[in-house]
Design a protein around this ligand. Structure first.
Ligand SMILES: Cc1cc2nc3c(=O)[nH]c(=O)nc-3n(C[C@H](O)[C@H](O)[C@H](O)COP(=O)(O)OP(=O)(O)OC[C@H]3O[C@@H](n4cnc5c(N)ncnc54)[C@H](O)[C@@H]3O)c2cc1C
Length: 431
């Protein structure tokens, strides 16, 4: 009898994790990836000696899925300071995480950045999150948005709008705070328990570490799957037929589609349509000596006034000096506002400079030279309560399993989890 074969479609984080877990479970697998490069939405390229990640992204060291699959020490992580510098009414105010920086937390309160009332509301929330306890009864949280969640916690509108909106706008790439309370609470726990960090050699080194764990000969890049068909001839071993753009045909006992929501739907039109959150990352370079002082800290700067178009900003070289040649600083400004994203590159960059010249002076920003503007229209699946309620099921029946962040949670952790769960489900199915 022919061995039971599994085809994994897609070589992003979810596909690579599916492959690693299939390999560990002794399953015979082949991975088909449409692009020449593995990693999907995670990657790092080099422009003029500067490392540019695929959009502004960070690794949260507390992600539970990293355990046993990523060697954090080998990534040689450089951490962001927790909290943020919030631009509010013409000045920067520091909002510190009281759990990770108790003294700065107190100073935030004393400087008026956070009211004492808010500190007393946030502290128990952060403590519960840090110890893995639900902040709100899960039954009550069901169907709540992040904004409703914060209101239930009696956080002031001022702190919600000036800090939580831009901070979690950057996390979900959605400035509405409309994300579901469950992924919001999960992120709070991750920020309470660990750091946000950049690997020494860029986010792409996460992909490199995953790829090293699986045999290269099982991976076919530049292989776009065009069609998957359930063979209706009573076959159980080769019940699926997969055809690629170059006419290759694969037979399989089971399939894991590890695709983004849109490409999954192209192959499986009955899947629900997902709304995307989009972003653009503008990267400038400047001589290190000319970097404004507030950008010298390894911390995120947020648009607390909501003036836009830049929602969040940092100097990535202040976090990780390895991102640029010696003496050069890189500045990454990130736009998430859908209206601003409709502007041309030139107009977007010009309006970002106008905004930031008010933050740092026109003399400072005119020294900044553009490195690139990266637009990512399909960056993260939106995660509002109704989006999550309509998520597709991992097990589609008959040996067809779905992985990818649209099945779980729009994050590296979510993509990893989807891959691990799909591989485990395939093993059970094949037994
Ligand atoms: C700008 C940005 C910032 C982010 N920031 C963070 C962050 O800070 N922290 C965090 O945890 N997460 C972040 N994320 C989210 C995280 O990167 C994604 O959730 C995760 O990478 C999704 O992985 P995936 O494997 O599910 O999908 P993808 O990465 O989209 O992989 C799907 C793969 O399938 C391939 N493919 C598509 N169609 C076909 C086909 N027909 N045949 C074969 N192959 C096909 C694609 O080429 C791709 O490689 C960010 C994402 C973006 C874009």
């Amino acid at each position: 009898m022919e061995p039971k074969k599994v085809i994994i479609i897609g070589g992003g984080i979810a596909g690579l994790c599916s492959a690693i877990h299939c390999q560990r479970l002794g399953i015979d697998w082949t991975l088909l990836e449409s692009s020449q490069r593995l990693g999907g939405r995670v990657g790092t390229r080099t422009i003029d000696g500067c490392r540019i990640d695929h959009g502004f992204a960070v690794l949260l060291t507390a992600y539970p899925e990293l355990e046993g699959i990523i060697d954090l020490a080998r990534l040689d992580l450089r951490s962001f300071q927790s909290g943020a510098l919030v631009r509010r009414s013409g000045r920067f105010v520091r909002v510190a995480n009281p759990l990770r920086h108790p003294i700065r937390g107190v100073t935030s309160a004393l400087s008026g950045a956070i009211s004492v009332r808010d500190i007393f509301r946030i502290l128990p929330m952060a403590l519960r999150a840090a110890f893995g306890r639900s902040i709100i009864d899960p039954d009550v949280a069901l169907g709540l948005s992040a904004r409703d969640f914060l209101k239930r916690m009696k956080i002031s509108n001022q702190l919600i709008d000036s800090f939580f909106r831009p901070f979690f706008g950057g996390v979900f790439l959605d400035g509405s705070l409309g994300a579901d309370a469950a992924p919001f609470e999960f992120r709070l726990a991750m920020f309470a328990r660990g750091a946000a960090a950049l690997p020494r050699e860029g986010m792409g080194s996460i992909v490199k570490q995953l790829t090293e764990q699986i045999p290269n000969e099982r991976i076919r890049t530049a292989s776009t799957v065009r069609e998957i068909i359930r063979v209706e001839n009573g076959e159980t071993v080769n019940r699926w037929r997969i055809t690629t753009n170059i006419g290759e045909v694969y037979n399989a006992s089971a399939i894991i589609t590890a695709l983004d929501a849109d490409n999954a739907r192209l192959l499986l039109p009955t899947l629900p349509l997902r709304v995307w959150c989009s972003t653009a990352a503008i990267t400038w370079r400047v001589e290190l000596s000319k970097l404004p002082s507030s950008l010298r800290e390894p911390i995120l700067l947020l648009d607390g006034d909501g003036d836009g178009p830049v929602n969040h900003l940092c100097s990535v070289t202040s976090v990780n000096v390895e991102y640029a040649p010696k003496g050069i600083a890189l500045i990454s400004a990130n736009v998430i506002d859908p209206v601003a994203l409709e502007r041309s590159d030139e107009e977007l960059e010009r309006s970002a400079r106008v905004q930031l010249s008010k933050w740092f002076s026109a003399a400072a920003t005119c020294e900044w030279k553009i490195v690139c503007i990266e637009r990512i229209p399909r960056a993260l699946p939106r995660q509002h309560p109704n989006d999550l309620a309509n998520r597709c099921k991992m097990d589609q029946g008959d040996g067809l399993f779905l992985a990818g962040d649209h099945v779980t949670d729009g994050s590296i952790n979510g993509a990893m989890r989807s891959g691990r769960c799909a591989a485990a489900a395939v093993r059970t199915f094949l037994q």
